[in-house]
Design a protein around this ligand. Structure first.
Ligand SMILES: Nc1ncnc2c1ncn2[C@@H]1O[C@H](COP(=O)(O)OP(=O)(O)OP(=O)(O)O)[C@@H](O)[C@H]1O
Length: 729
């Protein structure tokens, strides 16, 4: 094996014929990495073959990345010996790191993570790499275990400049620092937040997440879908090492991680400062701590093959196309693929997962932020949403706390908390064994967190009504789910919009929509086998993304669908009843339900907003978010409306009678009296539901108005742009 230092004395030719590609040793979002031999010198190298059609970056960007890589000269950073174009791909020749990435090693042999001494060495070497990059004005932007490579000598190098950005660049390149680039689980909150921009401190956050990844075998939140990760990263208290669960790790390791995972980037240490931390002062040389990790393992390519087979077998178990998609998506996501985008279908799938109440239930699990873990024992858990995240407090280590966290039962309740608790359904319904979660709202000390607009009722009312939904209408599980889902989305959208408010002045924002761009294999950084399925997920996406691609920026693409979305509200699959008596009306311009004109602000024309060239607009993500939220809410309302009729029908069809009332001494089982009483009760409930539906409709309208206002802003921006162009002409 050639030591990496001897590589530097050699020159590697930029001719594909001089390289013999051997085994595949890695696969990422846009590239396949091969173990190869440089024939003239008989040197082992790695050749990264970037599929230019699969890259979301333009060619100049990619070439620049390769050039940057070739200028690198640091023992802890993978440099490119040379790069050249072969057909529709770019070959980058690099030193071969014969033990692969830390992620791969964990997948193969350390699913629960490494020991602390190995982690210390790996992190220290990575930090040296970051120190070098930051000093030279680079933000890496994709620090993660999958990009930390090891070789048999114990050398540790940071790889993958696919998304790095130069802080000294100007123009387009500089702007890319305001784009949405990286891998969601590792991305700093400021990177995920619309329009805030970020700097090299984003790497410190990712470094902290990588520390957790190495300690646990996976990154925090890695089991959640992207949208949830995004929300959790922005809203939750930062993740960290738990003082109880992670007892095996030292205090200094925990403190070091906590220093990196502070939401306010200005409070994160620089690399220089971090290197002086006691954790790194104690770190052992990699030869002592890291080499032993792979001492007994077979060669890298055999491990890669084994993982490929394992992943292929797992996927073969899920033959159904949708299950396959889900498996690919989950698997890719968990393993940390960088290129990803959101898609309405994806979001809707997440919405449907809310039906199973996992939106709440998941929060109990292992990836909770550290502020949560101490409340693990509470059976009744609460979701606490602090709208004033910018006012979040800091603990003694300068850590932010309590942005979006569980609250212990014992806490005083003078603020508002949405509580999800198990509830048993009506025994007579056949669903009596099924537990669902009713949603109650009540006060907690954590402050006035959920605005009163959630349901437009006094708090005790809201609480009791939701309880009644789950008990009285226990037979209509669907209805309860709708209401729970609605509340969940309200909470999420409230938090999102509060995030939006804080960045209202921003000129650029990341886009959370578009197809989920995933490679067609089970796992990327885990080096798995391609999934060869005709008409499979990747194929579909490829075609779709090729035909629809409008703009490519970094790893994020804007597709025509994104734009169409602004013009065409997706028609819900839910059948809709007449809007008579509802403030909603069918809109001719957008083909869907719109607020009644008389409820619109003066001077606001829906016609104005119909024909907008939005391609250049930074408002697209906001509009998409609003559309998404409102269309889901709209569906919920329509479901609610629809459910009224069947509910009555079902009730009446039970042996031709109304549902049984409890026997009381008064009615003494008198059928005639109870029947009319029950009728009245049902009518009452129906009108109560209708009233609630009207409230929901009001909220929908106010969302619509927000959307209209955004459209107006968009119009104004567009005309400004047009005027500007005319002026220049
Ligand atoms: N020089 C190398 N030697 C050995 N293995 C490598 C080398 N470079 C990359 N790999 C392996 O290939 C995998 C994918 O490489 P890389 O991360 O560069 O691709 P990518 O498309 O940029 O991936 P992503 O964007 O998903 O991180 C790595 O996780 C690693 O396991």
């Amino acid at each position: 094996m050639t030591s990496s230092s001897s590589y530097y004395s050699r020159s590697f030719s930029a001719n594909p014929r001089d390289y013999k590609l051997l085994e595949e040793v890695g696969f990422g979002a846009s590239a396949t990495v091969y173990h190869a031999v440089h024939i003239p010198s008989n040197e082992q190298v790695a050749v990264k073959v970037l599929d230019l059609d699969r890259c979301n970056s333009n060619f100049d960007d990619i070439r620049r990345e390769a050039q940057t890589m070739s200028l690198i000269d640091h023992p802890n950073v993978v440099r490119a010996f040379c790069s050249f174009v072969v057909d529709r791909s770019l070959w980058v020749v690099m030193p071969f790191m014969d033990q692969g990435s830390c992620l791969h090693l964990m997948k193969v042999a350390y699913p629960d993570g490494f020991e602390e001494d190995a982690i210390g060495s790996v992190l220290k070497e990575t930090l040296k790499a970051l120190d070098y990059l930051h000093r030279h004005g680079h933000i890496h932007r994709d620090v993660k275990a999958g990009n930390i490579l090891l070789d048999s000598n114990g050398d540790i190098k940071l790889a993958d400049f696919g998304v790095s950005a130069c802080m000294f660049d100007a123009g387009d390149r500089q702007r890319s620092r305001n784009t949405f680039v990286g891998t969601p689980c590792w991305m700093a909150p400021e990177v995920l937040q619309p329009g805030t921009g970020y700097n090299f401190k984003a790497d410190i956050w990712s470094f902290g997440i990588t520390a957790l990844e190495l300690a646990h075998g996976h990154a925090p939140f890695s089991k959640y879908p992207p949208m949830k990760v995004l929300l959790m990263t922005i809203q939750n208290a930062p993740p960290g090492l738990d003082y109880d669960r992670d007892r095996k790790f030292s205090k200094s390791f925990k403190e070091m991680v906590a220093m990196c995972l502070v939401k306010d980037p200005t409070k994160r240490p620089t690399v220089e400062k971090l290197l002086k931390h006691s954790f790194f002062k104690q770190a052992k040389p990699p030869e002592l701590s890291v080499k032993k990790l792979f001492a007994d393992l077979p060669p890298l390519w055999n491990r890669v093959k084994a993982l490929q087979l394992k992943d292929a077998a797992q996927l073969a178990l899920k033959r159904m196309p949708s299950a396959e998609q889900e498996a690919i998506s989950q698997s890719e996501y968990k393993r940390g693929v960088s290129a990803w985008n959101f898609d309405l279908d994806d979001l809707k799938a997440q919405a449907s997962s809310v039906e199973n109440n996992d939106g709440f239930a998941e929060m109990r699990e292992e990836d909770e932020p550290k502020s949560v873990s101490e409340y693990k024992d509470t059976t009744d858990f609460q979701l606490n949403v602090d709208k004033n995240s910018e006012n979040s407090q800091e603990d003694e280590f300068g850590l932010e706390v309590g942005v979006y966290h569980h609250t212990p039962q014992s806490e005083k309740r003078n603020g508002l908390v949405a509580e999800a608790s198990p509830s048993t359904l009506d025994k007579d319904t056949g669903l009596s064994k099924t537990k669902i979660q009713s949603t109650r709202i009540r006060k907690t000390q954590s402050g006035p967190l959920v605005p009163g607009t959630v349901l437009g009722h006094s708090l005790p009312d809201r609480g009791s009504t939701f309880e009644r939904f789950s008990c009285y209408y226990g037979h209509d599980r669907f209805l309860v789910k709708i209401l729970n889902a609605f509340l969940h989305f309200r909470l999420e959208s409230e938090n999102q919009s509060s995030g939006d408010k804080s960045s209202r002045d921003s000129r650029r924002a990341p886009n959370f929509s578009g197809p989920l761009m995933l490679p067609n294999r089970a796992s990327a950084n885990s080096l798995s086998a391609p999934i060869k399925s005709s008409g499979g997920y990747r194929d579909t996406l490829d075609d779709k993304s090729k035909t629809n691609l409008v703009q490519i920026k970094g790893r994020f693409s804007v597709t025509r669908e994104n734009l169409d979305l602004v013009k065409d509200i997706p028609v819900s699959s839910v059948s809709r009843r007449s809007s008579q008596g509802s403030p909603l009306r069918k809109s001719a311009s957008v083909g869907d339900w719109m607020p009644d004109a008389k409820q619109m602000p003066v001077g606001q024309s829906s016609k104005d907003s119909a024909n907008i060239n939005v391609s250049a607009s930074p408002l697209i993500p906001h509009l998409q978010n609003l559309f998404h939220q409102t269309s889901i809410q709209q569906d919920l309302i329509m479901n609610l409306l629809n459910s009224l009729q069947p509910a009555e029908a079902v009730d009446a069809s039970q042996n031709g009678k109304l549902p049984p009332l409890p026997r009381t001494p008064e009615n003494n089982g008198n059928i005639e009296t109870t029947a009319s009483e029950r009728e009245q009760l049902l009518l009452l409930k129906v009108s109560e539901l209708q009233a609630r539906m009207m409230n929901l409709t009001d909220e929908l309208n106010s969302e619509r108005l927000k959307y209209q206002q955004l459209q107006q802003q968009l119009n104004a921006l567009y005309s400004q742009e047009q005027n500007g162009k005319r002026g220049v002409a």
